[in-house]
Design a protein around this ligand. Structure first.
Ligand code: NAP
Length: 249
């Protein structure tokens, strides 16, 4: 990590699987101490913690449903009590609710908005409260290429990711005076459990539409997130970095 200064602490939400797991491991390999948030899959979170420790950095698991403000507050307390600081937040935990607009249920809408929007707002606010007195910090929001492309069946999901892009820009401006940078990453199709659930014919169709002719790997997102968290990106704020193999071109 940057020189041999103090070791920075990063919290990654939804880090037990998929993209969050890759972000946590990439940050650990870059020298950050990492808090690995999970919702239900404790064994998977333990595995991520072990991988980070084997790579030479410290790590802890922390259980919280990040759609619940009280659980978010308890998670932040646990992390800062353990490590005494918080330098980086990666808002990653998210769900997809694919449904044709006429078939959407209120419950599906609520679940998606609660986690993908409110969860990001709760975590950002609570993290910024820990960061602002030090006048340094970094928040990275996991958006999606669905925020920019019209993908049938994703009206709820894409609304939440559009909101993520908007909150990224607004928070970047609000928090800049406190030295806190806020950026977003917008992945295209990445090979995780989320994309695995798609029917095979749909997967083949999407791969055909991607100029690089393949889905991305979670590690390809994790590496960019670790770079955004580093001082190499100290002048970068308010941006949405699209990582989609050219899909949105
Ligand atoms: P995933 O494989 O389904 O993993 C989801 C992760 O989120 C798991 O670690 C899960 O924890 C956690 N989680 C779920 N609900 C939670 C809650 N209420 N509180 C805390 N954690 C919770 O998802 P993914 O594909 O890696 O996606 C991660 C992010 O990237 C999402 O924001 C998604 O919208 C975005 N994204 C994904 C793709 C893609 O192609 N995969 C593309 C664009 C954007 P447990 O293991 O404990 O359940």
């Amino acid at each position: 990590m940057e020189g041999n200064q103090e070791i920075k602490v990063a919290l990654v939400t939804g880090a037990s699987r998929g993209i969050g797991r890759a972000c946590a491991i990439a940050l650990g390999k870059a020298g950050f101490t990492v808090a690995v948030n999970y919702n239900s899959n404790e064994a998977a979170a333990d595995e991520v913690v072990n991988i980070i420790k084997e790579a030479g950095s410290d790590a802890m698991k922390v259980k919280a449903n990040v759609a619940d403000l009280n659980e978010v507050k308890a998670m932040m307390r646990e992390v800062t009590k353990t490590y005494g600081r918080l330098d980086v937040l990666v808002n990653n935990a998210g769900i997809v609710q694919d449904e044709f607009v006429l078939m959407m249920t209120p419950d599906a809408i609520d679940k998606c908005l609660d986690l993908n929007i409110k969860g990001y707002l709760y975590c950002s606010q609570q993290a910024a409260l820990k960061m602002f007195s030090k006048k340094k910090g970094c928040i990275i929001n996991m958006s999606s290429v669905s925020s920019k492309l019209a993908v049938p069946g994703q009206s709820v999901y894409s609304s939440t990711k559009g909101a993520v892009n908007s909150m990224t820009a607004t928070m970047a401006k609000e928090l800049a005076p406190y030295g806190i940078r806020v950026n977003a990453v917008a992945p295209g199709f990445i090979a995780t459990d989320m994309v695995d659930k798609l029917p095979e014919d749909k997967k083949a169709q999407y791969i055909d539409e991607i100029p690089l002719k393949r889905f991305g790997r979670p590690e390809e997102i994790g590496d960019v997130v670790a770079m955004l968290a580093s001082d190499a990106c100290s002048y970068l704020t308010g941006q949405v970095i699209v990582l989609d193999g050219g899909l949105s071109l």
